[in-house]
Ligand binder design. Structure first.
Ligand code: SRM
Ligand code: SF4
Length: 572
């Protein structure tokens, strides 16, 4: 039963709606575009569809001006993102990704903030081969981007291994259950023969022919770790564990990070907990929530189309009522839970069944061989002997997971030989820092993030040391634009790129990822950032209460006003 009072916003459909409608279930003219020999790029329309296949056309922005001067087309290349539910990959899959990055990409791998791999720099002519090799390694890139449910995240840190295994399995099931049903991907990239020939017979039972108004994201957290930033998800599940048994999940809806500079109708939002469900109910809950967004999301203006705006516009209670009506049953009362942090816990930890897990710090999530730190080679060496798994964390780090006691010694040797535990020598604040990709590949970046943050952190570390805060975990999040790919608004200190070298600075998010930050300074460069931090961190060192986190301190000390909800994120 659909509530007749609920309505989608009126207005003409956006251009992307039109492209999807004409695409014949995400096919468009991708086959022709990929074969077109005169350009390394593809048409705008096909690029919109390409996202649903896990890829974006990009160009190397470092080369843009020079190529323009030379009247050459931009240095087109593709970014490819893998669907990897819960971020778990086998050693063989790791080796495939490493190999593909060297053969067809820019020789590096990016571990993303949603627990998966990206390869940058793939030329059009190599895209099909790359996707086929990923497929042969039992992975795919379907729905890694686009107006569909994206990679499903799950808490990676394996201190409670048995529950984690179950939770990862639910992440996989959600990911599979919510996949688009079109065979377009298989036909275009894997040369599957087209069996269905008319649009009448091919259907998308859940999404419909227009898919969703916008991307949709799901994450599962296992308290006390909120590493997946469950409140930033369109749909978050919080595992409820009693006597070491997973009894179900609290359901949280309507989170999201993106916004646009200067448009206060766009804002980051935290998801709200609406009730509790048992494990066997989560597929149904996810599906029905997605259909609510399908039916009521804004298909006219994409920047207002995320589910968080749908929830805020319709009203949380109405959305819950609609959900229960579609489910045909009621959610149970939400259960108690407590998060401590949203970061990773580094080093070795012993899980169940005698298996060990090693979490390593990967700055900016970039797997690369630096001149004096052969990170990529080291992990390749581990993958060659490892019999457990790799877990990509939502903080862009890596866990060598499920190491048997027999293999531990060998893996420890490699870790030592290549200095993989050296990350632990960094300050806790540096280990808690995230940066999105930004320049040179991201077409939307207004400022640097991943390439710049390490040098800024060198300077912040000096301030940290001057104030005796080396072991104090404070989360820092930097993004090259307000889209928030490193979940900037949930960093105790956040930086959003405004223009080259200039950032808006945010303070006051909760250390456990439950409260958003607020803007503290606008459009400042490095000197001002460091001046501000010198004062703030010195005050924190002297005035903080026992166990008080930085994000809470700045509010108590009256330095910044608390953001109680996304709708007052912009209020000073
Ligand atoms: Fe993101 C768009 C990279 C996580 C919000 N994001 C992009 C694009 C594809 C740029 C574009 O549209 O042309 C970036 C590609 C850069 C590149 O060169 O690789 C990009 N996003 C990333 C990654 C790789 C950042 C990273 O350093 O890890 C993350 C890949 C995640 C994944 O594996 O699926 C990534 N993006 C996020 C997150 C964090 C999360 O999901 O937990 C967010 C904030 C949460 C959210 O969605 O609300 C995020 N990305 C966006 C947005 C803003 C969406 C909005 O609501 O307005 C955009 C722009 C858009 O969609 O129009 C965007
Ligand atoms: Fe690009 Fe902006 Fe996302 Fe950074 S936050 S990767 S600059 S879209």
């Amino acid at each position: 039963m659909v509530n007749p009072l609920l309505k989608a916003p009126e207005g003409p459909p956006s251009d992307v709606e039109d492209i999807k409608e004409r695409s014949n279930y995400l096919r468009g003219t991708l086959v022709e575009s990929m074969l077109e020999p005169l350009s390394a790029g593809i048409s705008d329309d096909d690029n919109r569809l390409m996202k649903h296949h896990g890829s974006y056309l990009q160009d190397d922005r470092d080369l843009r001006n020079e190529r323009q001067k030379q009247k050459l087309e931009p240095a087109y290349q593709f970014m490819l993102r893998v669907r990897l539910a819960g971020g778990v990959a086998t050693p063989a899959q790791w080796l495939t990704m490493d190999d593909l990055a060297h053969k067809y990409g820019n020789g590096t791998l990016k571990l993303t903030t949603r627990e998966t791999f990206q390869i940058h720099g793939i030329l059009k002519w190599n895209m099909k081969k790359t996707i086929q090799e990923i497929h042969a390694s039992m992975m795919d890139t379907i729905a890694a981007c686009g107006d569909v449910n994206r990679n499903v995240m799950a808490t990676s840190n394996p201190d409670l291994s048995e529950v984690h295994t179950e939770v990862h399995d639910w992440a996989r099931q959600l990911s599979d259950h919510l996949l688009p049903r079109t065979r377009a991907y298989h036909e275009i990239w894997l040369d599957e023969e087209k069996v269905i020939t008319t649009e009448e017979v091919e259907t998308e039972p859940m999404y419909g022919p227009l898919y969703l108004p916008r991307k949709f994201k799901i994450g599962i957290a296992v308290p006390p770790s909120n590493d997946v930033d469950v409140f930033s998800q369109d749909l978050g599940f919080i595992a409820i564990v009693e006597n070491n048994q997973l009894i179900g999940f609290n359901v949280a809806i309507g989170g999201g990070m993106g916004m646009s500079h200067g448009d206060t109708q766009t804002y980051p939002q935290v998801a709200k907990v609406i009730g509790f469900v048992t494990p066997d109910q989560i597929l149904d809950v996810a599906e029905k929530i997605i259909t609510i967004q399908r039916d009521y999301g804004n298909r006219s203006v994409r920047k207002y189309a995320r589910f968080k705006y749908t929830v805020d516009r319709l009203g949380l209670e109405n959305v819950v009522e609609e959900l229960e009506s579609r489910l045909g049953w009621k959610l149970q009362e939400k259960r108690e839970f407590k998060f401590d942090h949203n970061g990773d816990r580094y080093g070795w930890v012993k899980g169940v069944k005698g298996k060990w897990h090693f979490t390593m710090f990967v700055e900016g999530g970039r797997i690369i061989d630096y001149p004096d730190y052969k990170l990529m080679t080291a992990i390749r060496e581990i993958a060659k002997v490892h019999t457990g798994d790799f877990r990509l964390t939502s903080n862009q780090n890596l866990i060598v997971g499920n190491v048997s006691s027999q293999k531990k010694k060998k893996i420890e040797q490699i870790i030592e030989q290549y200095g993989l535990s050296d990350g632990m020598k960094h300050s806790a604040i540096r280990r808690s820092a995230l940066a999105c990709v930004a320049l040179p590949t991201c077409g939307l970046a207004m400022a640097e993030a991943e390439r710049y943050l390490p040098s800024l952190m060198d300077k912040i570390d000096e301030i940290v040391d001057e104030n005796g805060l080396r072991n104090k975990e404070i989360t820092i999040r930097m993004t090259g634009c307000p889209n928030g790919c490193a979940r900037h608004a949930l960093g105790e200190i956040g930086f959003i790129g405004k223009s080259v070298g200039k950032y808006n600075m945010y303070l006051g998010a909760a250390h456990d990822g439950s409260r958003l930050s607020k803007m503290y300074r606008e459009n400042i460069g490095e000197a001002e950032i460091l001046n501000e931090l010198r004062v703030l961190l010195s005050r924190y060192a002297k005035e903080r209460q026992e166990n008080e986190h930085f994000g809470d301190f700045v509010i108590r000390a009256g330095i910044i006003k608390e953001t109680t909800d996304g709708t007052n994120f912009h209020a000073s």
